[in-house]
Design a protein around this ligand. Sequence first.
Ligand SMILES: Nc1ncnc2c1ncn2[C@@H]1O[C@H](COP(=O)(O)OP(=O)(O)O)[C@@H](O)[C@H]1O
Ligand SMILES: [Mg+2]
Length: 273
Amino acid sequence: MEPLIELHQVTVYRGQTKVFDDLTLVVPSGQQTAILGPNGAGKSTFLKLITREIYPAVRPGSTVRLLGRERWNVWALRRHLGIISHELQRAYPDHVLGLDVVLSGFYWSTGTWPHQVFDEAQRQRAWELMALFGVEALARVPFGQMSAGEQRRCLLARALVHDPDVLILDEPTNGLDLAARFAFLEMVRRLIVQGKTVIFVTHRVDEIVPEVAHVVLLKDGRVLAAGSKAEMLTDERLSALFDVPLTVLQANGYYQVVPRGAALSHLAGGEEG
Ligand SMILES: Nc1ncnc2c1ncn2[C@@H]1O[C@H](COP(=O)(O)OP(=O)(O)O)[C@@H](O)[C@H]1O
Ligand SMILES: [Mg+2]
């Protein structure tokens, strides 16, 4: 099967910074994937490359294949992708009402504008999705007055208006409390069960739902390692990824990390010195 996403020897500059230098990264199709890495690894840059908000440097042998194709009309491509990012939530204007947040997904915009026309089917789709994620009552509530969890659920509905096959989540539970995080992840899991392919782009191990099978470890714009979740989420690999000694814990299909060893003794020693 063709990979879902295939970057081959891709170089990307953002301003003067070379974020990716000859990066090769494959997201297989037919399974859920997590791209895990510390801040600054290039995760959001990867996402923007996929949605064609930024473009790679033109180099011989450099290719970006998405859903098996190299050439895409950007709008056609975006209909295949549902995106939620922490950045989008931050950038989203406070005054936009819940229903318009969802409708704005049809135009990939933040908020709706007078020149944008929505037909009955589109409005109905928006209402259906709001009901699905339990945010119907927020249709007339401004984005800025919603809780972070409610905002995130409206953005999930927004991401799904085109019924995309692939959902890409960039730090999707950032800023949510435990209950809101778990509720959000359960909704995403339900979408996976219904057949969506989800790519989790994150620095948080605890955002990786049990259904994720493939993990790509990204650090300093490079793939440190990629493979099955069990092979990737080990003490050794994650300590190297985050540059801190840590222990990986696992329960109910989820993972969590804690600092390795009894760290307090050396802290106390340092205080004295
Ligand atoms: N607009 C920008 N201009 C210049 N450098 C940028 C810009 N955005 C990101 N970078 C740099 O690119 C690198 C990767 O950033 P990013 O993709 O946001 O990482 P992540 O999402 O993994 O935290 C970082 O070194 C960051 O400083
Ligand atoms: Mg990021």
